[in-house]
Design a protein around this ligand. Structure first.
Ligand SMILES: O=C(O)CCC(=O)C(=O)O
Ligand SMILES: [Fe+2]
Length: 478
């Protein structure tokens, strides 16, 4: 996707020092995702002329087969029941050589994509999640017999992994076998990550040392006694103003260019909360958030995780595994895909209404997401001007849109027909906004110039405990 970063050929520019690689790599197979066939869609009343309030993603303008919030409640509130955090009570130290701990528990496989299905179906995901298990509740202590590759048998005294990882608010190492290891004063802790515990999902060529990565929790649990510091009055007032503005603006579609639409406040607050929680759960697992870098070692100024397919900033290519650690990208949650489809349908209705033409597919083609790139920007995060053009030639030829969700702090988004930051147009993307660029705007240069600190809805931050910053999800069809 040529996600803009300073290039030697000078074709990239501001914001400087970050962004995505511009190396283009051609690819062949087109994967079709059955995303959304589970009947979710969104926003029956979004953009209604009567101004009636938008019910979130529960309903669909045309299709209304299920209640996405209900489904989401079922699957998204907690970590996998199989997640554990294990105190390593043996005498061995932690090393990458421990990469093949064998744990014979139920399979943790289901979040890895199948060969054709890149969006999760509700039933597949429901199996993974236990709504009665709450991330914040301590789980029963359990013992798992663990055998090292060397043959020595060790006992792992397992504690709730998420609690510890979140409480410590420390980065934790993910060992290639799918065991997450955190270090603390208590000693080393191992946790089978939600995806899988055996090492067979690792690329055979990936060494254990490469497979050790830092995972990142976007919603860490606050430690110790919670002291609620009141935000300064100025910040409080700004938050109130922003919330009021959002409510007034409500359902509002802006056409920024042909094929480029901004759906203001499209995602309801409850749905934003669910998205954050879901991304947080996926983000701490194997294949979750990491610090991406370019081939030359330069870092992107954001945390990233890929769903459905992996996009590699080192090669600008998509693949089924993440080269740095062999992780298979988790499936895109079905609810996300439904929201995307709903946003496109709402845009179509809007365009039809505007143009009085029965078909608007040529202006904004429909798409079925098979890739989702999730970025988390802290308040210093940025992304340079770039084009998203690493999808298949077929997808690009059909000008299938990129659909982008913004959640948390607002971003100063820049876009331009050329790689020219000084003359780029600007638009503030706020929490709940959905930006779509397809058709004639499919290859528009775009980037994030800055994050506007302390602009996230207070309700979102209170309910999710998300770190200050911005979550962005971009969906594409491969
Ligand atoms: O964060 C954004 O709004 C843009 C992200 C983006 O362009 C990308 O991930 O390719
Ligand atoms: Fe992009």
């Amino acid at each position: 996707m040529n996600r803009g970063r300073a290039r030697n050929d000078g074709r990239d520019s501001a914001p400087r020092g970050r962004g995505r690689s511009s190396r283009f790599a051609g690819r062949s197979a087109h994967r079709h995702s059955p995303a959304g066939d589970d009947g979710f869609s969104s926003n029956a009343s979004y953009g209604n002329k009567d101004g009636s309030s938008r019910p979130g993603w529960q309903t669909s303008p045309q299709v209304s087969v299920g209640n996405i919030s209900k489904q989401f409640d079922h699957i998204s509130t907690s970590d996998s029941p199989n997640q554990r955090d294990c105190h390593f009570t043996g005498t061995k130290g932690i090393s990458s050589g421990l990469g093949k701990l064998k744990l014979d528990e139920n399979s943790l496989e289901a979040v890895t994509p199948g060969s054709t299905e890149l969006c999760a179906s509700q039933s597949a995901q429901s199996d993974l999640r236990d709504k009665d298990l709450n991330i914040c509740k301590p789980k029963r202590r359990q013992m798992i017999d663990t055998e090292l590759e060397t043959g020595s048998s060790l006992s792992l005294d397992c504690l709730p992994a998420i609690d510890n990882a979140r409480t410590l608010n420390e980065p934790s190492l993910v060992i290639g076998s799918g065991i997450k290891c955190t270090t603390s004063k208590k000693g080393s802790q191992f946790e089978p990550t939600p995806q899988k515990k055996n090492a067979d999902h690792l690329h055979p060529g990936i060494s254990d040392s490469l497979a050790v990565r830092v995972s990142f929790d976007i919603c860490p649990v606050k430690t110790g006694k919670v002291v609620m510091l009141k935000a300064p009055l100025l910040v409080q007032n700004r938050m109130k103003r922003n919330e009021a503005k959002r409510q007034i603006e409500g359902q509002n579609i802006k056409v920024l260019r042909s094929g480029m639409l901004l759906l203001k406040s499209y995602i309801s607050l409850p749905d934003q909360i669910k998205i954050v929680k879901k991304c947080r759960d996926l983000g701490i697992g194997f294949g979750g958030f990491y610090d991406p870098s370019y081939r030359d070692g330069g870092k992107l100024h954001l945390k990233m995780m890929c769903l459905g397919k992996n996009w590699d900033p080192e090669t600008s290519m998509y693949g089924d595994q993440r080269p740095i650690d062999g992780a298979k990208p988790p499936l895109i949650p079905g609810e996300f895909c439904q929201l995307v489809k709903g946003a496109i349908q709402v845009s179509h209705s809007f365009l039809r209404e505007q143009s009085k033409m029965p078909s608007v597919e040529h202006v904004l083609p429909s798409m079925s997401p098979s890739i989702c790139i999730v970025n988390f920007y802290t308040k210093t995060g940025q992304l340079g001007l770039h084009q998203d053009k690493d999808e298949t030639a077929e997808s690009l030829k059909r000008k299938l849109p990129v659909v982008s969700f913004s959640i948390g702090d607002s971003a100063k988004f820049v876009f331009s027909d050329k790689r020219d930051p000084d003359n780029a147009d600007k638009e503030v993307l706020e929490s709940g906004d959905v930006l779509i660029f397809g058709g004639e705007s499919r290859l528009i240069f775009h980037g994030v110039a800055s994050i506007l600190a302390d602009t996230a809805p207070k309700g979102l931050m209170d309910k999710t405990n998300m770190l200050p910053g911005r979550l962005n999800l971009t969906f594409r069809e491969y």
